[in-house]
Design a protein around this ligand. Structure first.
Ligand SMILES: Nc1ncnc2c1ncn2[C@@H]1O[C@H](COP(=O)(O)OP(=O)(O)OP(=O)(O)O)[C@@H](O)[C@H]1O
Ligand SMILES: [Mg+2]
Length: 257
């Protein structure tokens, strides 16, 4: 059952006709570094990261605070450029893209779920979802409503963020990221602010999306969440220190913390 999930994932992704096998990885990093600041203020956030994520994989990225997890997500997502190394994602050489092409990549290929939701308080849940999807030309009402439904919030479209719980807001943020149907979903601490039951609900949504073929890279501090991943990547001081494969990933309902 688990491996069938993987195969279905490959078939669904990207809408190409290549079917299974032999396709390019969703993400490929070679010797990626990121340095912030200059001189005494220099911070080496990434120090030569090699990483490959296959299409349809659910990868969890674990590591202590300051180890470079968000930086890695930002580099993969085209939010900021790497200082050195090669970044390939969504079939593009991200390191070589100009500003416009990088914007298009960010808009069309990547879905971002930030830790602090970033919902617009004066827009309803449905309007928040449509806002981002519209930038891609895929912002029709039906698609946005379907995205809200897929995170279990079909009835809450007309509510404002302040009228939703933390977990519900996080699910709106996920709906917003998936309404444009990105190939790659990057999530920074998607369950960070949530209690167990609510966190499980968010994990369930992510796992369902992954079964439908989305490639997911989720950052967390929470070791327990690693159980649902196909692979777990551990970082420390800007480097990948360990990559482990989970033979039999758990379901969201089996996870506890
Ligand atoms: N814009 C920036 N300017 C300067 N330094 C930065 C910047 N962004 C991140 N850093 C530094 O880079 C290092 C890695 O930061 P990053 O945010 O990637 O860590 P993280 O693993 O996501 O940590 P956390 O778990 O606390 O979110 C840290 O030392 C941080 O202070
Ligand atoms: Mg972070």
């Amino acid at each position: 059952m688990r491996h069938e999930r993987g195969r279905a994932a490959v078939r669904d992704t990207g809408g190409d006709t290549s079917g299974e096998g032999g396709d390019a990885p969703a993400v490929l990093l070679r010797g990626v570094g990121k340095t912030y600041g200059k001189g005494v203020a220099e911070v080496h956030a990434l120090r030569g990261v090699d990483l490959e994520i296959r299409r349809g994989e659910f990868v969890v990225l674990l590591g202590p605070s300051g180890s470079g997890k968000t930086t890695l997500l930002n580099v993969i997502g085209g939010i900021e450029p790497a200082s050195f190394g090669d970044v390939t994602a969504g079939g593009r050489d991200i390191s070589a893209l100009g500003e416009d092409a990088r914007t298009a990549y960010r808009r069309d290929v990547v879905g971002f779920v930030f830790q602090f939701f970033n919902l617009v308080p004066s827009l309803t849940a449905l309007e928040n979802v449509r806002l981002v999807a519209e930038l891609t030309g895929r912002g029709d009402r039906e698609r946005s409503a379907a995205a809200l439904e897929s995170v279990g919030l079909a009835e809450r479209g007309a509510h404002f963020p302040a009228q939703l719980s933390g977990g519900e807001q996080q699910r709106v943020a996920i709906a917003r990221a998936i309404a444009k149907e990105p190939e790659l979903l990057l999530c920074d601490e998607p369950t960070g602010a949530l209690d167990l039951e609510t966190g499980r609900g968010v994990l369930r949504v992510l796992q369902d999306l992954n079964r439908q073929g989305r490639t997911i890279l989720a950052v967390t501090h929470n070791e327990a969440i690693a159980a649902v991943a196909h692979r777990v990547v551990r970082m420390r001081s800007g480097r990948v220190t360990e990559v482990t494969t989970t033979a039999e990933p758990a379901t969201a309902d089996e996870v506890t913390w």
